[in-house]
Design a protein around this ligand. Structure first.
Ligand SMILES: C[S@@+](CC[C@H](N)C(=O)[O-])C[C@H]1O[C@@H](n2cnc3c(N)ncnc32)[C@H](O)[C@@H]1O
Length: 274
C-alpha cells in the first residue's frame, strides 16, 4: 500500500516497514494518528494498554511470575496517573481514531475489567454506538494464586460504529453462520490462549490469538479494505489482514514489537496465493 494513500500530504512519516499491503510505523499513536488521512480506514482493531501492571503476581506455565506487562502498561508511561487520566487517555485515542474511520467503518476494542468500562463510556462520549459486546472465554486461563476471588477467564471485545443514522456498517452474517456450523454466531467466543506456534518470531506479553482476529476481520471487512491497529504489538492484526487480502497500518511505541510484527507478516501468505 502506498503511504500517500494513508498519510496526509502535509505530513512526514517514516515507515518502519512498508510493503504493498502493510505499513508499520514506530511512534506514539497520539502523534501518528493526527498525521493520517481523515476517513481513510474501513476498520480499526485496538488492544490498548490495560494499565494493570501494578507489581502483583500471576501464574504462567505453572510458575509464579509478575503481572507486569512492560513499561508501556504502567500508568506513568502514557502520562496516566489516575482513573480520570485513564479515561481521558481512552477518550483521546478513540476520538483520533473516529476521525480516520470512513462513515460506514467500525471499530473493535479489546480490554479487561481494568479498562473496558472506561472504553465503553468513552466510545459513547466520542460519538460511537456499540453494536456488540463480545465475551472471549479462555479455555485455559492462568489459575488465581491469591484464591480471594473467582479465576479471571474472560476478556471483552466491544464492536462499535459511528452513531449516525446514515452509517451502514458491514457484517458478513452468512460467513459467520457458515463458520458456526450453520447456526447464528453468538457473542461468546470460546478458545485457548495464544498458541506457542504463533510466538515463534518472539514473545509479546499480551499477544492475541490469530483465531480472534480471523473472526473479527472476516465479519467486518471485505478484501482490499484498510485496517488500522494503533497499538499493534506483535502484529496479530497485520498477520490476519495479509492472510485475507486486506491492507494493514500498524503503530507501536516499541521497536522490539514492531520487529516481531515484521517477521510474522513477512512469513504470512495470502490464502489466495497458497
Ligand atoms: C495490549 S498490547 C497489544 C498486543 C497486540 N494486540 C498483539 O496481538 O500483539 C498494547 C501495545 O500498545 C503499545 N503502546 C502502548 N502505548 C502506546 C502508545 N501511546 N502509542 C503506540 N503504541 C503504544 C505497547 O507497546 C504494546 O505493544
Amino acid at each position: 500500500m502506498s503511504m500517500n494513500r494513508i498519510i496526509k500530504s502535509s505530513e512526514k512519516v517514516t515507515a518502519y516497514y512498508e510493503t504493498d499491503n502493510t505499513i508499520l510505523i514506530k511512534g506514539n499513536c497520539f502523534d501518528i494518528l493526527e498525521k493520517l488521512e481523515p476517513e481513510s480506514v474501513d476498520m480499526i482493531f485496538a488492544d490498548p494498554p490495560y494499565f494493570l501492571s501494578n507489581n502483583g503476581i500471576t501464574c504462567k506455565g505453572g510458575k509464579m511470575v509478575s503481572v507486569n506487562k512492560g513499561e508501556w502498561d504502567k500508568l506513568g508511561v502514557n502520562e496516566v496517573t489516575s482513573v480520570y487520566d485513564k479515561h481521558e487517555f481512552n477518550r483521546k485515542w478513540i476520538r483520533l481514531c473516529g476521525k480516520l474511520l470512513k462513515k460506514n467503518g467500525t471499530m473493535w476494542i479489546s480490554g479487561t475489567l481494568h479498562n473496558i468500562y472506561s472504553i465503553g463510556m468513552a466510545l459513547e462520549e466520542e460519538g460511537f454506538k456499540i453494536i456488540n459486546n463480545i465475551t472471549w472465554q479462555k479455555t485455559n486461563p492462568p489459575p488465581n494464586l491469591a484464591c480471594r476471588c473467582f479465576t479471571h477467564s474472560t476478556e471483552t471485545i466491544l464492536w462499535a460504529k459511528k452513531n449516525d443514522k446514515k452509517a451502514r456498517h458491514y457484517f458478513d452474517y452468512a460467513k459467520m453462520k457458515e463458520l458456526n456450523d450453520g447456526k447464528q454466531m453468538k457473542d461468546v467466543w470460546t478458545g485457548s490462549l495464544t498458541r506457542a506456534s504463533e510466538k515463534k518470531e518472539g514473545k509479546h506479553p499480551t499477544q492475541k490469538p490469530e483465531y480472534l482476529l480471523e473472526r473479527i476481520i472476516l465479519a467486518s471487512t471485505k478484501e482490499k479494505d484498510v485496517i488500522l491497529d494503533p497499538f499493534c504489538g506483535s502484529g496479530t492484526t497485520g498477520v490476519v489482514a495479509k492472510r485475507f487480502g486486506r491492507f494493514f497500518v500498524g503503530i507501536d511505541l516499541e521497536e522490539e514489537y514492531l520487529d516481531i510484527s515484521r517477521k510474522r507478516i513477512d512469513k504470512t501468505v495470502n490464502i489466495r496465493e497458497e
